[in-house]
Design a protein around this ligand. Structure first.
Ligand code: PLP
Length: 387
């Protein structure tokens, strides 16, 4: 049980060695199951870092991409496309938060960069407040508001704007950290990398109140917790707190790289011609994927499934090395009494793939929304077996 996932040694593959590698080689996948080259069948409770919302080989998603690839594989944003309008309309309606425009980009970090840019433009201020434990991406702006990046990997000589970090739990501290100098507050309503940690409705409401008091914009980074992962369209819906902007990615395309910035009317009003830009964002394949993801979530009632099966995990999996549950929906944290990495490695030996987080005592689960109770029973048995 004390094994940890290690970087695999082997012949050179010419890939920059920046990612620790799981000791498995996945060659195909279907539903919630991964198949490895050496013949193992592994239950995927990590979903490719929260991406595989519909699982693998979803027929509607596959058909949508195949058909879009045949009819029109690419045109830039300079050319109006029906599939792009359909994806934007579906996304705005899915969110149901009163937003009125979408800017499609390619990654979570890029969505956050553009959200921050809109906040600077609207307020004319130059400081951003972010939360302890946050993760917002690896680019200059998104990395600047990521907790601990400066010490670990930031790499740029300075941040492009002023950043202040505040507590993720102490609402009393917000009055001093969020001021008339704050352009934006950026927060993950349920922190992902920070440990599947749910900030909760009272804290998020206090954040929104303080932003309104000082005229700062509130950005919810729902790159990981959005697009149905909490069992609601967005965590903003779940907690009843509507920010000025939401960024989302990961589950949005179910594996087709894409991301989106959703804007309230106040923010949309400040978007001018040429203010933002991208080559690949909003491409037809990505938009076909987005449309298919929302279609599947809605027609297969997947939000209800997430809520039901997440509750089942909470009710049945506090066993073996697990002492408590945190997070929301399928952004689940299982608190462990021994290092989570050791539990992760032991589960993988039993053909269950899970994730960890920056909290060494939290095992992070980000399963596909099609997960069933019978799959959770396999996790429970494995955890019991670990003792
Ligand atoms: C909450 C959150 N924001 C932003 C990002 C960055 O997204 P990307 O890797 O697509 O740039 C991530 C990635 O893990 C994330 O979890």
């Amino acid at each position: 049980m004390n094994a940890e996932l290690k970087t695999t040694a082997g012949p050179p593959d010419y890939l920059a060695p920046v990612f620790a590698q799981y000791p498995i080689e996945v060659v195909t996948a279907e539903g919630v199951w991964l198949h490895t080259r050496d013949g193992r069948r592994i239950l995927d409770l990590y979903g490719g870092h929260a991406v595989a919302a519909l699982g693998y080989g979803h027929p509607g998603w596959t058909r949508a991409i195949e058909s879009q690839a045949r009819s029109l594989s690419f045109q830039s944003n300079a050319v109006p496309l029906d599939v792009r309008v359909r994806a934007a309309t579906r996304l705005i309606r899915f969110a149901n938060l009163g937003f009125d425009s979408v800017f499609f980009v390619n990654s979570g970090a890029e969505a956050n960069e553009n959200a921050l840019k809109m906040a600077f433009r609207l307020t004319g201020r130059r400081e951003v407040v972010a939360l302890e434990g946050s993760f917002h991406g690896r680019t200059a702006g998104a990395g600047a508001v990521t907790w601990g990046a400066a010490e670990k990997w930031y790499g740029y000589p300075s941040t492009p704007f002023d950043v202040r970090f505040t507590s993720r739990s102490d609402a009393g501290a917000l009055a001093t950290s969020i001021t008339a100098a704050t352009a934006a507050v950026i927060a993950e309503p349920v922190q992902g990398v920070g440990g599947a940690l749910d900030l909760g409705a009272p804290f998020l409401a206090a954040l929104a109140r303080r932003c309104a008091e000082v005229g700062a914009l509130l950005i919810f980074d729902e790159v990981q917790c959005g697009m149905g992962r909490t069992g609601a369209p967005f965590a903003a819906n779940l907690y009843g707190v509507t920010p000025d902007m939401i960024t989302t990615a990961k589950a949005l395309g179910n594996g087709l790289p894409c991301a989106a910035l959703l804007m309230s009317p106040r923010v949309s009003a400040a978007v001018k011609l040429d203010a933002l830009g991208t080559t690949f964002g909003g491409g037809p394949l990505a938009c076909a994927a987005i449309e298919a993801v929302i279609e599947a979530i809605e027609t297969e009632d997947l939000l209800a499934n997430v809520r039901r099966v997440a509750a089942y995990i909470r009710d049945t999996c506090i066993v073996g090395p697990v002492t408590a549950h945190q997070g929301a929906g399928f952004l689940t944290g299982l608190r462990t009494r021994i290092p989570a990495k050791a539990v992760q490695a032991a589960l993988l030996e039993r053909n269950i793939l899970t994730g960890t987080s920056s909290d060494p005592a939290v095992l992070r689960l980000l399963p596909p929304y099609i997960l069933e109770e019978a799959h959770v029973d396999l996790l429970r048995s494995a955890l019991v077996d670990l003792g």
